[in-house]
Ligand binder design. Structure first.
Ligand code: COA
Length: 188
């Protein structure tokens, strides 16, 4: 059994682990959001086919069960619609996993990315005993993404050079980090 739960709930969102069965709703959300995703997300340089996306979701399922990364679709509780995706990835840095997120373009500005990041940070500290810190990284030009971590108590840990892999990117990144001790103190 995977270390993280199949579903997580916080406020207006329910996070459900990726399933290939989400392919149609996920493809609709990606298609609707393509102009925003294409600017920032290396994986979104073209709209995937349903078959490609089903494969991605299936690989995500394997990674979830293998405790390498835990990806969740974001479901809006009031409508039941799939409104984005968020994940916790520890392949690169097991001691400090990374949170990533995207939100369907017609649902941005409602705090959903912040809610998803808060939920995943809390889950990391609750279910991964060896994890002392989590991080969020983004290109410095991605102002909406960079507004999320400070709302949750993340501190700016540093800046980094990144490969430019999408049209909006500058190659200059921010790295934000949240300590378990700070999270626990805030939870209180
Ligand atoms: C970045 C993204 C995830 C934000 O999702 P969201 O649900 O709108 O985020 P939230 O509502 O939780 O918070 C966004 C914050 O950014 C702020 N913001 C939005 N656009 C901004 C801008 N151009 N300049 C400065 N701040 C901005 C919002 O005001 C909000 O802050 P507030 O709550 O203090 O008002 C969403 O725009 C998205 O999916 N973008 C495309 C994919 C992407 O960039 N993913 C992140 C890759 S690192």
């Amino acid at each position: 059994m995977a270390l993280l739960p199949e579903t997580l709930q916080d406020g207006q969102l329910e996070l459900r682990r990726w399933r290939p069965a989400f392919v149609d709703d996920m493809l609709s959300a990606v298609t609707l959001s393509f102009a925003d995703l294409e600017l920032w997300m290396p994986w979104a340089q073209s709209v995937p086919s349903a078959q490609e996306l089903r494969g991605v979701l299936s690989e995500g399922q394997t990674a979830f069960d293998g405790d390498r990364e835990w990806n969740y679709a974001l479901f809006e509780r009031i409508s039941g619609e799939l409104v984005g995706s968020a994940g916790l990835h520890r392949d690169e840095d097991p001691d400090c996993p990374e949170i990533g997120y995207w939100v369907r373009s017609d649902r941005t500005g409602r705090g959903y990315a912040t809610t998803a990041a808060r939920t995943l940070a809390g889950a990391a500290f609750a279910y991964l005993a060896d994890v002392g810190r989590v991080k969020i990284r983004m290109d410095q030009a991605n102002l909406a993404s960079a507004a999320v971590p400070p709302k949750l108590g993340f501190e700016l840990f540093g800046e980094e050079n990144r490969e430019i892999a999408a049209r909006g990117q500058t190659g200059q990144g921010f790295v934000w980090v949240l300590d378990r001790a700070k999270w626990t103190a805030a939870a209180g």
